[in-house]
Design a protein around this ligand. Sequence first.
Ligand code: S3P
Length: 440
Amino acid sequence: MSQSIQSPGSNSRTFRYQGPLHGSESVPGDKSMTHRAILFGALATGTTQIYGWLDAADCRSSMHVVEQLGATVYQTGNALNITGTGGRLREPEDVLDCGNSGTTMRMFTGALAAKVPFACLTGDDSLRRRPMQRVLQPLLQMGASVQSRTGYKAPLCISGEGLHGIEYTLPVASAQVKSAVLIAGMLASEGVTTVTESVLTRDHTENMLEAFGVKLQREPMTDGQRIQVQPAQQLQGAVIEIPGDFSSAAFLIAAGLLVDESQIVLENVGVNPTRVGLLRVLDRMGARIERFNHKILVKEDVADIKVNASTLQATTIVADEIPSLIDELPIIAILATRANGMTSVTGARELRVKETDRIHALVTGLRAIGVKVDEWEDGFSVEGPQIIQGGVVDSFGDHRIAMSFAIAGLISAQGVTILGWDCVDISFPEFENALRRMQK
Ligand code: S3P
């Protein structure tokens, strides 16, 4: 078989049609859950063993940060072990580098505000552009002092200790902000913390904290939920098994649907209902997808996913659905090029403040490969089916943009070359190999 990927070793890749995809693959461990397991392990008493963890650049940022805070991180066999600080994070001697990882910066800020006298966090060019006010605002209300660059941008410096609980309604639907407030609340010295969200965001923090022995109460509401956490809680080391990341599986699901005559199985994928909005969207688009081998790992639904190449119908995606598929919107744009009719996405302004402005990156890339697309302030629309001619696109340093256009290459007339390919290491270093194995 000829290779779908050219110029290995350079920082660009070309993907083109190489025939149908077949076979079974597992995808790398869930990124959101790996970050949480590392942080909670560092806060806990005793050693936490993490299986199925994601070995990729973003999670390495979290590992380096916990080491600077006094935790010990080491690998034995498949397990990532974190020997925790028993709730006594050490004041870091240097600035904490969160790399490209928004989850690291936002969640750790919650823990640092409660537990260390002084800490500063920074990140790469992308992370230093991203909004941090959303996480600093509630921490200020809890009694932390915060300094940042103008506009609440990183580098950030936090001094806290002795926080008090607050009642907080999330102004943006963000699991990272929810997590930061819950973490600060459970480590606060006094007062209950209550977080209300009007749209459910991913609930890995809630699920995993319970595994570390933290008591929290969750009260479902007509829209969203209310979560209450007691102060001064001590986490106990745990054994955590992490399933495959649905957001990584999403690229392969799209490949299986779009490339004619494909049939693939993705094994052991996390299908937590707060994460799989894409499956609900694909269901109404007519995708032939089955889930089987269901199981539960650390309160999380897990399944194998079988994907058959399908004829897709267009759909409309609006605000309420966005948090459950926020990271899948780039690949949805590619799926939309092949769906019959007008697919539109609105209420997705958050896409503008991800690793890059994903609406701009998508629209620019789609136009560069010959696709007509309309750009909105809070979304985009694409009328399909359209032929993807192919061409050269920029990843804008964003892993999900790069992988989305790789899948576009598989269904393009002339192939798609992605510039700035190495960002894929952020979440799915094995992406090319996984795709290549399924093309054999
Ligand atoms: C994440 C939450 C989401 C998501 C990000 C990971 C998490 O971000 O886009 O990739 O692990 O909590 P927001 O909280 O900004 O929506």
